[in-house]
Design a binder for this molecule. Structure first.
Ligand code: SF4
Length: 356
């Protein structure tokens, strides 16, 4: 099944105007579109028969022709630190994942925008899969809707940091985010929805020009072009200086918005005090925030630096003119690093259950 065929078969992830077209095609008045839209995205119903203000005949017609939810939960794992990992099977048999990270003041879901990824970052398990396909807007939104029902935590933040590069699947990721941030849709505050990109420069310009109300994070992971190119092949296409120009364009246009830089600390690779000093020089001119993320030990052989080494790295950045946060490892016992679970399942259909 292609992404387009899947799009046509489900009403989840369709905008009100796309639903109006559906209603028109089956001879129904346009106002039904908004009702159906709200039932699916705001009230999070699974079946057409739950839509009590829709005439029975229309509910039957819709049920015969369309689906609502299409992701099958393969399993849900809960880490000893509370991180929840979800593995979903798509209608065409592929697997994707989402992760919920509960914290004291917010609960963030990392969602996937693609099955697999074509960008091949060296530290990322998803990158070893190649791109299998783009997700539909519905499949992106549905990760949040299903987790809303399955998790005891109230979702406050959404970040495109699961499998895939959202700017390679730009239109669908944007459409999904609009529905997620719509008060009549999933109703998550738009400023709490963040696009995380590995640095697709033309799309950073487009994202800025489209004046979208969502946040922007850059997966940086190296303080210079040479190392970045070694870790992230996309950097040879969009070099670091071009990337930083596009970031400056974004921060100038979005006067109140800071950009977030994500930096995975990889032992012996990008974690020296010299790397920290180079990072400080690189980011100092920008209105930004830096998230340092210790690498979860992964099957590709990367691991986090020792606490002493991380401390040294962090201490170089203490006087930085921007906020620096050092995240705790989360969900290490359930392989909660980017793309790790789906790859494990893809290989052997077997995982360790922690607690369900
Ligand atoms: S880190 Fe992100 S962009 Fe890079 S290969 Fe993994 S999923 Fe793709």
């Amino acid at each position: 099944m292609t992404t387009e065929e899947l799009e046509n078969s489900s009403l989840l992830g369709k905008t009100v105007s796309q639903l109006e077209t559906v209603m028109e095609a089956i001879g129904e008045p346009a106002y039904r579109a908004r009702q159906v839209y709200k039932w699916i995205h705001h009230h999070n119903v699974d079946r057409f028969e739950e839509m009590t203000n829709i005439p029975k005949a229309l509910r039957q017609t819709l049920a015969e022709r369309f689906r609502i939810k299409t992701l099958e939960l393969v399993y849900r794992q809960v880490s000893t630190d509370g991180t929840e990992k979800y593995l979903w099977r798509l209608p065409d048999g592929r697997n994707i994942e989402s992760v919920l990270i509960p914290e004291s003041r917010r609960n963030t879901i990392c969602i996937s925008s693609q099955a697999g990824c074509s960008l091949g970052c060296k530290f990322c398990a998803t990158g070893t899969m190649g791109l299998l396909r783009n997700l539909t807007a519905g499949e992106i939104v549905e990760q949040v809707l299903q987790i809303k029902k399955l998790s005891p935590h109230r979702i406050t933040n959404v970040v495109f940091m699961g499998m895939g590069e959202p700017f390679v699947n730009y239109q669908r990721s944007v459409q999904a985010s609009r529905i997620l941030g719509d008060p009549e849709g999933v109703a998550i505050a738009t400023k709490r929805i963040t696009f995380s990109t590995s640095g697709i420069v033309p799309k950073i310009y487009q994202f800025t020009d489209d004046a979208l109300p969502f946040g922007l994070a850059i997966s940086l992971h190296a303080p210079n072009q040479k190392l970045r190119e070694e870790l992230m092949p996309i950097a040879s296409k969009f070099p670091l200086d071009e990337l930083m120009k596009s970031v400056a364009y974004y921060t100038r246009a979005k006067k109140r918005n800071r950009v977030t830089f994500e930096y995975i600390l990889l032992e012996g690779i990008n974690d020296s005090p010299a790397d920290a000093r180079a990072l400080l020089r690189l980011l100092a001119p920008y209105r930004c925030k830096l998230n340092l993320i210790p690498c979860n030990e992964n099957p590709l052989g990367f691991r986090a630096p020792s606490p002493e080494r991380m401390e040294k790295f962090f201490s170089v950045l203490l006087d930085a003119p921007f906020t620096v946060t050092l995240r705790k490892n989360r969900g290490e016992d359930i392989t909660a690093a980017c793309g790790q679970l789906a790859v494990e399942v893809g290989r052997e259909e077997k995982v360790r259950f922690i607690r369900i």
